[in-house]
Design a protein around this ligand. Structure first.
Ligand code: XEN
Length: 356
């Protein structure tokens, strides 16, 4: 019996299987608007059988975009183009999720295929903000403006407004992006947060920004819909954020009404030595799931159906998120069902039946 193809219910939402499209970045928007690329990219993976399709990082404010070409949800004009994509995803039997994001000091960068360095303000970039006035380093040389208390309140309110718009667009699953060295993570990690006020220093202070943001979003995101958070479980750095802190943070997030933790890692420093390999982040998901007693998703170098099935079977995660593997093959879930001899086989879209 396949565990990967067992339905998964979280709050009022049931995924048809445990396979999710991991939030990525497409760098294909103008002015934050989703377009035909997003319909094709996300739609193809919904048609390919994924149970959950999460959009790319969608910025809660213009200055929160990683690049000028990021998708965003900071204005009403973003809702209908997203709703178009959501309708198609849901029409294919998948659940549509959105990742709400603010890049902080890692904002205002060029697309990866254009070098990925900070874009100068005069060349279409913008000044960046962060927990503390510490540049990321490498090609990201801009020194962020350390956020004032008023700016903290403003960004938290941007997350709330973005969640309300996401609901209007028809999303049924929301993920707050608190990983990969972006703004929420910048508050969590002592390497990027050297504040001396109530948002820096102790563990309690460093988690305050994310806990408050989560609490505020939960007030507008319906109780019966999943609210999830992506975290970097470790910075992989001496003196950085740790897996022990991630477990403790998760317990607090659970109290704030978070339903699932999406377990990733890294992104705070280019100096991190990351032992990238097959399923290398699965142990974090396993530990958080067991020690904090919460549903988890795992991501990172998962490529084989049997591997994904085993992760769910062993209780190491509830949902397996795929990124690159689904870029290589949008029909990976349909193929995986066959490889795992799932009975009855999930049906591909009628238009494609003859191919299977
Ligand atoms: C440091 C690992 C970054 C993995 N990615 C995560 C993304 C976007 C692209 C890369 C995300 O969560 N939106």
């Amino acid at each position: 019996m396949s565990h990967l193809f067992a339905p998964f219910t979280l709050k009022s939402i049931t995924l048809r299987n445990r396979i999710g499209v991991s939030p990525m970045c497409m760098y294909s928007s103008e002015d934050g608007l989703m377009n035909d690329w997003h319909l094709m990219h996300l739609g193809a993976r919904a048609a390919g059988g994924a149970g959950l399709v999460i959009t790319e990082a969608s910025a809660v404010s213009p200055e929160g975009r990683i690049s000028p070409a990021d998708a965003g949800i900071w204005a009403e004009k973003h809702v209908e183009p997203m709703a178009r994509v959501v309708r198609f995803i849901r029409g294919q039997g998948a659940v549509a999720g959105i990742q709400l994001a603010h890049a902080g000091r890692k904002a205002s960068v060029a697309r990866p295929w254009e070098g990925g360095a900070h874009v100068a303000d005069a060349a279409g970039g913008w000044p960046v903000i962060g927990a503390s006035a510490i540049a990321f380093g490498g090609d990201l040389t801009k020194v962020p403006q350390a956020m004032s208390l008023a700016e903290i309140a403003r960004v938290q309110s941007d997350f709330v407004s973005a969640a309300q718009r996401a609901l209007h667009a028809g999303f049924q699953w929301a993920e707050l992006h608190a990983a990969h060295g972006y703004l929420c993570h910048q508050f969590l990690s002592p390497l990027s947060n050297q504040r001396t006020d109530q948002y820096g220093g102790s563990f309690e202070n460093r988690i305050r920004f994310l806990l408050e943001t989560t609490r505020a979003v939960r007030t507008v995101w319906p109780q019966d819909l999943p609210l999830t958070v992506r975290i970097s479980c470790t910075d992989w750095m001496e003196g950085g954020w740790t897996i022990e802190e991630s477990v403790e943070l998760t317990k607090r997030l659970k109290t704030e009404g978070v339903d699932l933790i999406d377990c990733s890692s890294g992104g705070t420093s280019t100096a991190a030595k990351i032992p990238i390999g097959s399923g290398y982040q699965v142990p974090f998901s396993d530990r958080i799931r067991r020690e904090a007693g919460i549903a988890t998703a795992t991501v990172g170098m998962i490529t084989e159906p049997a591997q994904a099935d085993q992760i769910v079977r062993h209780g190491q995660a509830d949902v397996v998120l795929l990124a690159r593997e689904l870029l290589r093959d949008p029909n990976w879930p349909i193929r995986a069902a066959r490889a795992l001899h799932v009975k009855p086989l999930p049906t591909p879209p009628s238009q494609y039946l003859r191919a299977w």
